[in-house]
Design a protein around this ligand. Structure first.
Ligand code: NAP
Length: 462
């Protein structure tokens, strides 16, 4: 039986690893997700068979209730709210590891005497620390993203020294737990410090940097699961936890690079605090408006078009009508591609998912590094609901909160048309001087509605 279980765990681990590998390419991602889900099912069944439950009824009732809640929210959640959902997932993942670690501690250090060895205690302490930090940190990230608390950095004097002090206190108390494994006061102090550290490390981070934090917390939840795997002596949990931990850290690094932040900065918290004066104190931006008909004519006369999608495209659900626009352009033999910024929208890969949903082929979606040199040779750049990711202040204004963030060089194209509803700001809450540039024209209105009109104009022309 035990060999069969270990083989099942091995198969599950292979499926996880293959699944993650497939997630690296957009066209294989669905298959990767499915393979990993099958791996998880195998791991759950194998684990249930090892724990010799008297009754499986409670377990299956819990799986059914949890599954139903998950299914309900997964189908109901709006694309724009996925980061919040991921934050909750991470938080509950951390909480689960935290709870398992404590339950193991209480079981083994119960009245019958202490039977905790060093490996056990170390794993429990690590699980409590990372699980606790992940739980409260993710809840703060969720509340910030959902607008329930301010997205502004919350800072106070001595914040970092306090965090360091708490970390030192955690280490000292951990030593005391080793010396007195049955002492509930010490374990209580560890619980309190870990929960507090999660809150204190996330509150100083501004909303615009939340994607990096979510990705980092995702990695933490994996590490917590990995530590729990050591507590339970469960190989598949160790493998799955390490995979989540490592992939989360890799994604964090990719995102840090995209937002020009160092990982140390993220770990210490407190970035994104530069005063948002970028463009706000300067002269008011004077823009030139363009109508639907002229826009259609500019498309008709272009030989190359680059679309820069952003959060507004997701809000307007304009991806389908953009595909129609692409079809009209391709009929006219216009080179039509998409320039994708790594943090456009509200989650990594947000634009890719939406455009794929509209059946736009993956090879039309070009990542920032590969496309940025093509902007000066492009006739027409069409910015749809993007703002921060094309804001030249990131290059020119050291006072700006987004200074240093690599941006798409949309301003360098011959003509730029921006589709948005008003002069409303983007996620970073700052003005965008691009809108006042001589080569920039504003097409005001909801993206879906205005582009629908542009497409119908183009249809009438042909
Ligand atoms: P953005 O800077 O947030 O700007 C979105 C723009 O869309 C707004 O200026 C808004 O202007 C416009 N808009 C909203 N609804 C619209 C509609 N129905 N039709 C047309 N336009 C509409 O978006 P972005 O350029 O994609 O930049 C993403 C930002 O989010 C970055 O600052 C990034 O750091 C941050 N972020 C990214 C992630 C991630 O992982 N991708 C996660 C969280 C945060 P109007 O109000 O005038 O229409």
């Amino acid at each position: 039986m035990s060999t069969a279980i270990q083989i099942a765990y091995l198969v599950a681990s292979i499926l996880f690893i293959t699944g993650i590998k497939l997630l690296g390419k957009t066209k294989d991602a669905r298959r990767g997700n499915m393979l990993s889900a099958i791996g998880m099912l195998i791991a759950i069944i194998a684990t249930l068979l090892t724990i010799n439950l008297l009754s499986y009824v409670e377990i299956f009732v819990c799986i059914l209730i949890g599954g139903a809640i998950g299914l309900f929210y997964a189908t109901k959640v709006a694309m724009t709210k996925i980061p919040e959902m991921v934050a909750l997932f991470n938080g509950f993942g951390g909480l689960a590891s935290f709870a398992v670690a404590l339950s193991d501690y209480f079981q083994k250090s119960s009245a019958t005497g202490v039977s905790l060895d060093a490996v056990n205690l170390t794993s429990i302490i690590i699980s409590v620390l990372i699980g606790g930090v992940t739980f409260t940190g993710s809840m703060i990230a969720f509340l910030k993203l959902d607008g329930k608390i301010s997205g502004q950095p919350i800072t106070f004097k001595g914040q970092h020294p306090l965090n360091l002090l708490l970390l030192i206190a955690f280490v000292v108390t951990s030593v005391l737990v080793f010396l007195n494994p049955g002492n509930l006061v010490f374990i209580g102090v560890l619980i309190g410090i870990s929960l507090l550290l999660g809150i204190l490390t996330v509150i100083p981070i501004g909303g615009a940097d939340m994607p990096v934090v979510i990705s980092l917390l995702n990695s933490y939840s994996g590490m917590a699961a990995c530590a729990t795997g050591f507590i339970l002596n469960n190989n598949v949990l160790i493998v799955a936890g390490s995979l989540v931990g490592a992939s989360g850290i890799i994604l964090t690094q990719i995102m840090c690079k995209a937002m020009n932040r160092s990982l140390t900065n993220v770990l210490l918290g407190g970035f994104g605090q530069t005063v948002a004066t970028g463009g706000q104190d300067g002269p008011a931006i004077v823009v030139k408006e363009i109508g639907v008909e002229e826009t259609a004519m500019l498309f008709d006369g272009a030989s190359s078009v680059l679309v820069v999608p952003g959060y507004g495209m997701a809000v307007a659900q304009a991806q389908h009508v953009i595909r129609e626009l692409m079809e009209q352009c391709e009929k006219r033999k216009i080179d039509f591609r998409f320039a994708i910024h790594p943090v456009a929208g509200r989650m990594p890969g947000h634009m890719n998912v939406l455009l794929a949903e509209a059946n736009i082929s993956y090879d039309k979606l070009i990542e920032m590094e590969s496309i940025n040199d093509d902007f000066p040779n492009t006739d027409l750049v069409f910015i749809v609901g993007a703002n921060d990711v094309v804001n030249p202040a990131a290059r020119t204004n050291p006072q700006s909160p987004i200074y240093g963030m690599p941006i798409l060089n949309a301003d360098k194209a011959r003509t730029v048309i921006v589709s948005k509803r008003s002069m409303g700001k983007g996620y970073a809450g700052i003005e965008n001087e691009l809108f006042g540039y001589p080569n920039c024209l504003m097409l005001f209105g909801d993206a879906k509605q205005t582009i629908t009109k542009v497409v119908s104009e183009m249809k009438d022309m042909s």
